[in-house]
Every structure is written in structure tokens, then in C-alpha cells.
Design a protein around this ligand. Structure first.
Ligand SMILES: O=P(O)(O)OC[C@H]1O[C@@H](O)[C@H](O)[C@@H](O)[C@@H]1O
Length: 247
């Protein structure tokens, strides 16, 4: 009834774009932060201003990755090298940390203003997973995970949380490395082969494949089903509730 192979005893859910409609909030904040930076950079270097594409650049370079990794990966794609700076850099500092802090301030402003929406099909699915007696963890790169889960009313249903804050504390490599998902399985007392991964990001399904998990469900919120399969999804759905329908 859960659409999972026999032998799967627990589920590891990404959050942004899988449980909550917050991937678009992140994409908008990244666009705003990067575009302001790129405009200034174009003025400074005399090169044309090429804006951040909130779909193509987001999916390819920042979706699913830890905040600093997203900043580094997009800047590298544009051939821009900024100093790392330090975590308390102000949002206007021309450093990797400064730009990342700018993006985080924007995300938090949007979430405070608009609240957090869930995907109802995902909530139903997680409840069905709980009712079937399977273990449940959230594995998200976001350092805002606790706040988002609480705002969404989902904090209680998960038994473990591996997020951007935990990853930093425990020095876990970010997605597409499998380390955060492996930590999620371990927190639930499961072997990777006993856990299913649910992901909307290319970096996330790649982490599921790299960790040899029992099943990788790609959640296609952006018309990228083929790319999700290529990067590691065993199956692609557009809504988790599709898995509840007997096949
Ligand atoms: O900036 P945060 O809240 O720590 O989130 C980091 C990343 O978390 C991931 O879950 C999102 O897919 C990314 O878009 C986001 O940038």
C-alpha cells in the first residue's frame, strides 16, 4: 500500500519541495541575492549582466545542496572566485559567506511574510508510513529545517532529523554525497538497503544512488522526470499520494 519494495523498513524524506512548498521560496531568494550581486559584478568588471535563472540555474547548481555549497557551485559555474569570508559577514560582503547570508535573510523574510505550505499528498503519505509502522526521518540540507517543519505542523511525525545544522556540527558532506542520508538511516537504526529516499533535487537522488539505498523515489515538481531518473531515481512521481494507489 506504500508503493515500496519488500524489505524497506523506513523512509528518509527531503523537505523543501518534497514535504513543503519551500523549494520555490529558496529559488526566489537565491535569484534575488544572486541578481543583486551579479548586477554589481557586471558594473565592476564591465561584463554584461546575465541574471540567475530560477529554474535552470537553481536545479543545476543549488537545489538540494547546503547553502554555502550552492553559493560556491553557482559562482564557479560563472567563473567567479570570491573569498570565503566568515560566517558573521554582513549580507552585503563580497564573500561566499556574505552572499549566503544575504540569501538566508531573504528566505526568512519570505517565510515570515507568507508562512509555509505543505503538499497535502505528502502529508497523507507520511501519515500512512507512520500507520504502517515504518520509521521516518527528514534529511534536508536546509539549516532552517526545524523552523519550517514547525511552521508546517510536521515536527512531531518524524523520529529523526538530519539537517544543515546537524551536517555542519558533525562535518557531514552535503548532497550529492550520501553522508546525510546515511546518517538518517543510522539514526533510525536501519541499513541503507532497508531505507527509501524521497527527493525532488538532482543532487538528492544522486545521494540516494551513491548510498545504495533500498529505493529512491524522485518527486518531479519541475518537469525534470528524465533527469531525476538519470541521476538515480528508481521511480518518479509527481505527488507522493500516487504511491498510495494500488498498482
Ligand atoms: O539556506 P538553507 O535554508 O540552509 O537551505 C539550503 C538549501 O536547502 C535545500 O533543502 C534546498 O533545496 C536549497 O534550495 C537550499 O538552498
Amino acid at each position: 500500500m506504500l508503493g515500496l519494495p519488500d524489505g524497506v523498513r523506513g523512509c528518509l524524506f527531503d523537505m523543501d519541495g518534497v514535504l513543503t512548498r519551500t523549494a520555490t521560496v529558496h529559488a526566489a531568494a537565491w535569484k534575488s541575492a544572486f541578481d543583486e550581486f551579479l548586477r554589481g559584478w557586471a558594473d565592476r568588471t564591465g561584463n554584461p549582466f546575465v541574471p540567475f535563472d530560477a529554474v535552470a540555474d537553481y536545479d543545476r547548481y543549488v537545489d538540494g545542496k547546503k547553502r554555502l555549497d550552492g553559493t560556491r557551485s553557482f559562482l564557479a559555474a560563472r567563473g567567479i572566485a570570491l573569498p570565503e569570508g566568515s560566517p558573521d559577514d554582513p549580507p552585503d560582503a563580497l564573500t561566499v559567506h556574505g552572499l549566503s547570508n544575504r540569501k538566508n535573510a531573504l528566505v526568512q523574510t519570505i517565510m515570515d511574510r507568507e508562512g509555509v505550505e505543505v503538499f497535502p499528498g505528502s502529508v497523507r503519505y507520511v501519515q500512512a508510513v507512520r500507520d504502517a509502522g515504518l520509521r521516518r526521518a527528514v534529511v534536508s540540507s536546509s539549516a532552517n529545517t526545524a523552523r519550517v517543519l514547525t511552521a508546517a505542523g510536521l515536527a512531531e511525525i518524524f523520529e529523526a532529523r538530519i539537517d544543515g545544522v546537524v551536517a555542519q556540527r558533525r562535518h557531514l558532506a552535503g548532497k550529492p554525497a550520501p553522508d546525510m542520508y546515511l546518517a538518517g538511516a543510522e539514526a533510525l537504526g536501519l541499513k541503507p538497503s532497508e531505507a527509501a529516499v524521497f527527493e525532488d533535487a538532482l543532487a538528492g537522488v544522486a545521494a540516494g544512488r551513491a548510498g545504495r539505498f533500498g529505493f529512491v523515489v524522485g518527486v518531479d515538481r519541475a518537469g525534470q522526470a528524465e533527469a531525476l531518473r538519470e541521476h538515480g531515481a528508481d521511480i518518479v512521481v509527481t505527488d507522493l499520494a500516487e504511491l498510495l494507489v494500488p498498482r
